[in-house]
Design a protein around this ligand. Structure first.
Ligand code: ASP
Length: 372
């Protein structure tokens, strides 16, 4: 029998609105993952495949994902790793808030895709909701059902994000809309697959009742080249994955923006900041290890920032240049001149994802890096 571990971290799917007629006003992260799961399967036919798989639920955190913290990431990464390593586990589903789901998905992808172990072929499927649990037409139950169906699908592999019937890869997915029921896009790459629910399933009334039509997943074959690639381990010696949850702090990496009238003040402040002992206790190590520049166009940077970036590099701070543009970034030779561990690993990443990659690479592969 297939076994899926469902890990809860909170978000809107677990949220409650004081007034169900006002779905936009609510408190995220109120209901347990066990109750979300029971609610989502309640209307399913006894014959439904997701009723016939073995499920275990576990509350890893209970937060609004806008407040995502390193402690939660470490706990989640450790549990995902432990679940994947269990031979009887087919896949993992993570219920997450939509706000930072793409960052958590990418963090898991960046770590796990470098692990050279067949267990990491298994799917890790994040899902979320845009409406709290107690409002009419809450989207959480359907998204959770869809995510579990994807995790059970033999074609699923790597870190995926499922929302509103679309299945995205962790590398390309972005939240592009603040309130829409389908707020995610993988841009011109597009989703990897679509989940088609059974008739009536979205209304939660008598799912499959009186109908032989089953929910199904259509993988978009032509997109398979974009599939997250587990096992693409660059030839570097690394610290074991456990270092990521055993190390108290991850290297400090900040994002700076290049824009019209950039002055360089923010960058200068970052490079010269003196941090009080109290702030250090609260915020962690002040030592700046990396900078990600959210540049213009093809990773270009305002001339006022250049002297500070050079100063940063001389100070031993790793600088990665990315683009504010959602598409086409980092494709040219010129744009790849990033001071990073592996230039290809950063190609086309959003500034936020590049930041995550740099933090992880600095921590895991620090001793082995050759910077330009
Ligand atoms: N603020 C919520 C969160 O990310 C939004 C959501 O879940 O959609 O947890």
């Amino acid at each position: 029998m297939k076994k899926i571990c469902i890990l809860g971290t909170g978000g809107t799917m677990a949220g409650l609105a004081p007034n169900p007629n006002e779905p936009g006003v609510y408190q995220a992260a109120q209901l347990s993952i066990q109750s979300l799961w029971e609610n989502c399967i309640a209307p399913l036919d006894a014959a439904d495949p997701i009723r016939n798989a073995q499920m275990c639920t576990e509350q890893v955190a209970q937060i609004d994902s806008k407040d995502m913290s390193l402690d939660v990431w470490k706990a989640l990464l450790r549990r995902v790793h432990e679940c994947l390593m269990q031979p009887d586990v087919t896949g993992v589903v993570v219920v997450h808030g939509s706000d930072t789901a793409e960052e958590t998905a990418f963090m898991l992808h960046h770590v796990l895709s470098q692990q050279d172990h067949p267990m990491f072929h298994k799917p890790i499927v994040l899902t979320c909701a845009m409406r709290p649990a107690n409002v009419p037409e809450a989207d959480g139950p359907q998204n959770l059902r869809d995510a579990v169906r994807v995790a059970l699908d033999p074609q699923a592999t790597g870190v995926l994000l499922v929302c509103a019937g679309d299945v995205h890869g962790a590398r390309h997915v972005h939240k592009i809309h603040a309130t829409a029921l389908n707020p995610f896009s993988s841009g011109i790459t597009g989703p990897l697959a679509r989940v088609f629910s059974a008739p009536n399933e979205r209304t939660q009334v008598g799912v499959n009742g009186g109908s032989n039509v089953q929910a199904c997943i259509t993988w978009l074959k032509k997109r398979h080249a974009e599939f997250p690639q587990p096992h693409q381990a660059p030839q570097m010696r690394r610290r074991p994955i456990q270092a990521l949850w055993e190390t108290p702090e991850w290297p400090r990496v900040e994002v700076v923006w290049s824009h019209a009238l950039s002055s360089g003040w923010a960058l200068q402040d970052l490079l010269s900041a003196k941090v009080s002992v109290e702030a250090q206790k609260r915020l962690g190590s002040p030592k700046l290890m990396g900078l990600v520049v959210a540049g213009t166009g093809d990773c270009t940077v305002h001339e006022s920032l250049e002297p500070f970036l050079q100063q940063a590099a001389q100070m031993g701070i790793k600088v990665v240049r990315t683009t504010r543009c959602l598409e086409g970034g980092g494709q040219k030779e010129e744009a790849q001149k990033v001071e990073a561990l592996s230039t290809s690993a950063y190609q086309g990443l959003s500034p936020f994802k590049a930041r995550i990659a740099l933090m992880i690479d600095l921590l895991i592969s620090y001793d082995d890096l050759k910077f330009k």
